[in-house]
Design a protein around this ligand. Sequence first.
Ligand SMILES: [Zn+2]
Length: 88
Amino acid sequence: MSEQEMHDCSDVLEQLYAFHDHELSDEEADHIREHLMACEPCLDSFQVEEALRLLIRKSCDSEAVASANLRVRVQTTFTQTVVVTDAD
Ligand SMILES: [Zn+2]
């Protein structure tokens, strides 16, 4: 397995937000996923992002509660992923 097979870590981290937002193509998302499986530091960052999103989701259980300001900030990371259930 060559280093070329692995995405550059900074590249992956940069795309993490887009990955959370499902803004990547299937191919790109696959690369990110593969990298996360093989790279612990990146996986850590990924999980931190997820934990953060879950926390935010928990602390404002209805959209009406979230201020517009917060929503704008959260928008980049807040999305439905495998981990986030759509519980009301
Ligand atoms: Zn990495």
